[in-house]
Design a protein around this ligand. Structure first.
Ligand SMILES: Cc1ncc(COP(=O)(O)O)c(C=O)c1O
Length: 394
């Protein structure tokens, strides 16, 4: 039995209304208290007119949803506990047994793995298309196609697709379909982050982001978002989200809300540093090609020039095939500021070697090793010196 007075728990003090700070409050809840049975029976959470249970939203998560929708130029947002869970939510909400989903061959790997395993086991088929070829996408569309993923730029190899051409291909396919059978387009917009281009202005139906990257910016939180403009589509996503029990914690939402204030500043600063380092690396001996959408000659550069006004902090270096993987690994091991690790858009620069041919179905034209770099917030001259001091091992 507790010796403490019950008043300690049922305390009458309530904080005053009207406290107005720059940062929104951080609310945490599983239970939300109702003042009456009537309120318990009638209160609605789905339209954000009330709070019913922590999983269905708190003032902190509703605030973050509203701000992410604003960032993306959308109307509705749902938050998920990671970028990957936001991806898989879209799949699960929009696909049923017998449907087919199309993905670019250079899509984020774990998203491809989900469709190839879980969705396949539930009777949902998938096919990959060439992200740089709208005609290839058109040829892959079948009567079963219900969802098409887009990603700009592609994962690891950073090809920038012709988004307006891909969206036009889907519009054309939808012109011959009923609204119920329409193909939904969903963009993984983690790279663009709502800064490099406006997804909805390019005509996509769903924009998904790993908030883990730019919006958080701290390399210390995992979260994802799914934004739409269409109310019926949002409702479909929201109900699946609720049934799956997806939710985010108030403290994590707070970190992302804080990160949002500096998102555009960080995006442009990291963009400038990345372009400098990517261009410098492309002039170094032993480098066959640097992949970065803003570099002339990089796949999809012309599409990027037409659709985007900025580029994210990623570039990939393809080395001369004469340099074997062991020497490339040695080079990565010698880097001091670029640390070895997954993810990107945090304060610390990262690098990781990838075996591209093992993650693609389409032939990969390069024989040399590939290393992907994510540029952080360090001084760019120090980062260049770090790359240079390790280059002698090559
Ligand atoms: C393009 C892209 N989409 C989605 C994700 C998944 O995000 P998370 O790590 O939050 O699950 C990542 C993570 O690296 C990513 O790079």
């Amino acid at each position: 039995m507790s010796e403490l007075p019950t008043d300690l728990i049922h305390h009458p003090y309530r904080p005053p209304q009207g406290f107005d700070a720059v940062a929104p409050g951080v609310y945490k809840a599983s239970t939300v208290i109702f003042p009456s049975v009537h309120a318990l029976r009638t209160r609605q959470w789905a339209d954000k007119s009330g709070y019913t249970y922590g999983l269905h939203g708190t003032p902190t998560t509703f605030t973050l949803e509203e701000r992410i929708a604003t960032l993306e130029g959308g109307r509705f947002c749902v938050l998920c506990p990671s970028g990957l869970s936001a991806l898989t939510l879209v799949d699960m909400a929009l696909l049923r047994c017998g449907d087919e989903v199309l993905l670019p061959d250079n899509a984020y790997g774990p998203g491809k793995s989900f469709v190839a395993t879980e969705l396949a086991a539930w009777g949902i088929s998938h096919r990959y298309y060439d992200a740089l070829d709208a005609a290839d996408l058109a040829s892959k569309i079948s009567p079963a196609t219900r969802l098409v993923w887009l990603e700009a730029a592609g994962s690891i190899t950073l090809e920038f697709p012709d988004l307006p051409a891909l969206v036009a291909t889907l519009r054309q396919a939808n012109a011959a379909r009923s609204a119920q059978r329409a193909i939904v387009s969903a963009l993984d917009n983690t790279w663009g982050a709502g800064v490099a281009f406006k997804a909805f202005e390019l005509g996509v139906d769903v924009s998904m982001q790993a908030l883990t990257k730019y919006p958080s910016g701290g390399a210390d939180v995992l979260m994802g978002s799914v934004v739409t403009r269409d109310a019926a589509l949002h409702q479909q996503l929201l109900m699946t989200h609720m049934r799956l029990g997806l939710g985010v914690a108030g403290n994590d939402a707070e970190l992302v809300l804080r990160g949002l204030n500096t998102l555009a500043l960080r995006y442009h600063a990291q963009d400038a540093a990345t372009r400098e380092l990517a261009a410098w690396m492309s002039r170094q001996p032993g480098v066959a090609q640097v992949l970065h959408p803003a570099l002339p000659g990089s796949p999809g550069h012309a599409h990027w020039q037409r659709s985007a006004s900025a580029a994210a902090c990623l570039f990939s270096v393809v080395f001369d095939p004469a340099l074997d993987q062991r020497r490339i690994d040695d080079w990565c091991d010698r880097l001091r500021l670029f640390r070895l690790g997954w993810s990107w858009a945090g304060p610390i620069s990262l690098c990781a070697p990838y075996d591209v041919s093992s993650i693609r179905t389409r032939p990969w034209p390069h024989a040399g090793a590939l290393v992907r770099f994510a540029v952080g917030l360090e001084n760019v001259e120090d980062l260049r010196a770090d790359l240079a001091q390790a280059l002698h091992v090559l």
